[in-house]
Design a protein. Structure first.
Ligand code: ADP
Ligand code: MG
Length: 475
């Protein structure tokens, strides 16, 4: 029996089918066409660039395993992007194809060797101390200013970002702290500043790192006894971007080392850019001296985008993906998903997937179904502040009373309930919960959780409290 592109691909599909969700299989694998098999490379045709990126992001492993099973270790996969003719004359589509390729049916080969290394973030922790060492910036070029749509909700932060990018270290916005809720664009904007600086000042060393990774590196350095190398490495950076600094809360060792790095950079006119999910005044368990540094420069908030901005974000996204969608559908999505740009994008991606790959027409009904799923499926993140507010409201007291030192029974109970829900609904440690709810210690929080568990199995009234508050917290 001869081995053909089709037979190899069929075997791959059988394997893939067994290993992923049926819906995903239908959406992402059924539309693929096996085109040719040459030099142990299988070419498959996919309907769009977006489609190819999605496969690469979510299914590269299963593709690799299945193909290696068929063709051995030297197997290669080549994607051919063939777009529908209907998109052919649209601006966004023609843009990404070199003009020489502009024929009526467009195909583009993307050769992807199975080499995950290139997409893995390199450890920025390269041999410190050597000058002119090239440090990978860890920036995502897609997170550019161009793609960061302006609106009232982000105007201040965005223009401050542009100012910093034009003169890193040379404005009074140092540090620049960008803060705001989840999915509002903090990470995107922080990258955009870095990308722009790299573009304007290629010789500058820019480094993007999450506070979490920074912490891990620090811990590793202590273990390996090279804390000084760690510090030194960070001190040679020209533009340091640390994402989600709230992660440092309660981690005094990391805060301490960051304090020294910060001072060194700041004194030497280097730029520091930080993001956080809250304003400095609301940050918990961050040392005072560090907090006061955060406030030296500018704190700029990203707020919820208004309707117009949401519409333009969606339109821009569709344009970049080369997809057309009727205005009323875009507006429907924008009207119904309000508080989180990531969800907004997620909903539109599902819509694109449903429509272009299942060959379903995009209708308001389809949009409704998808938006509904989205709004339901995404759990809102609850903060400890929010929990305290809900519990205090429920018992008709204010948050100060809930946190107070009093031993009055109903207040103690309210406080214990707040602690219980904070443990249940957030990732915060017992110690951090305690310190945020009236400056108690971790043992008090642990005791509170046990008490609430006991009482809710023995006391009917108390169980009702728990049920009511659960409801309030989940809407
Ligand atoms: P955060 O870090 O605040 O949680 P992200 O920066 O990860 O949020 O943003 C979530 C998603 O929303 C990203 O895909 C980002 O590109 C997009 N996004 C947020 N704000 C904007 C904007 N103003 N214009 C375009 N895309 C945006
Ligand atoms: Mg982020």
């Amino acid at each position: 029996m001869s081995v053909t592109a089709q037979s190899v691909w069929n075997n791959c599909l059988n394997f893939i089918k067994d290993n992923i969700q049926p819906q995903a299989y239908k959406t992402w694998f059924e539309p693929i066409i096996a085109v040719k098999l040459q030099d142990n490379a299988l070419s498959i045709q996919v309907p769009s660039k977006f489609f190819y990126e999605w496969l690469e992001e979510h299914y590269v492993k299963v593709l690799k395993v299945s193909l290696t099973k068929e063709l051995g270790e030297t197997a290669k996969l080549v994607y051919i992007i063939k777009m529908e003719n209907t998109y052919g004359n649209k601006q966004p589509f023609t843009e990404r194809i070199p003009s020489s390729n502009r024929t009526s049916v467009k195909a583009q080969d993307v050769d992807i060797p199975f080499d995950n290394k290139s997409r893995e973030l390199k450890n920025p922790f390269v041999i410190p101390g050597i000058r002119n060492v090239k440090i990978e910036s860890q920036l995502n070029p897609n997170y550019s200013f161009e793609n960061f749509l302006e609106g009232d909700s982000n105007r201040l932060a965005r223009s401050a970002g542009l100012a910093v990018a034009a003169k890193p270290g040379g404005t009074s916005f140092n540090p620049l702290l960008i803060f705001g809720g989840v999915g509002l664009g903090k990470t995107h904007l922080a990258h955009a500043i870095g990308v722009d600086i790299k573009d304007k000042y290629p010789e500058k060393t820019v480094l993007y790192i999450s506070a979490e990774k920074f912490t891990q590196q620090y811990i590793d350095s202590v273990k390996k006894n090279n804390r000084n190398d760690f510090i030194h490495f960070y001190q040679i950076i020209d533009v340091l971007i640390i994402d989600d600094v709230q992660f440092l809360s309660g981690k005094s060792g990391t805060q301490d080392v960051f304090f020294h790095i910060f001072n060194h950079l700041h004194q030497n006119g280097k730029q520091v850019i930080l993001t956080s999910d809250k304003a400095p005044v609301d940050m918990q368990d961050i040392e005072q001296r560090l907090l006061s540094r955060f406030k030296w420069g500018l704190s700029a908030e990203l707020q919820h985008p208004d309707f117009e901005t949401r519409v333009s974000i969606l339109k821009n996204k569709l344009y970049r993906d080369g997809v057309e969608m009727p205005d009323d559908i875009i507006e429907y999505v924008a009207k119904n998903i309000k508080t989180n740009v990531r969800e907004l994008e997620g909903a539109i991606i599902s819509l694109i997937a449903q429509s272009s790959f299942n060959k379903k027409e995009i209708t308001i009904d389809l949009a409704k179904q998808i938006v509904e799923k989205f709004v339901k499926n995404t759990k809102r993140e609850v903060s400890i502040d929010y929990i305290q507010k809900v519990v205090s409201d429920y018992f008709q007291m204010d948050v100060d009373t809930l946190q107070s030192k009093t031993r009055k029974r109903h207040i103690v109970q309210a406080r214990q309930l707040a602690m219980f829900f904070a443990k249940k609904m957030t990732k915060a440690s017992l110690a951090s919960i305690g310190s945020q709810i009236g400056k108690r210690d971790h043992a008090t929080v642990l005791h509170a959780c046990k008490t609430v568990n006991n009482l809710s199995s023995t006391d009917k009234q108390f169980r009702k409290y728990v049920e009511d508050i659960t409801k309030k917290l989940s809407v």
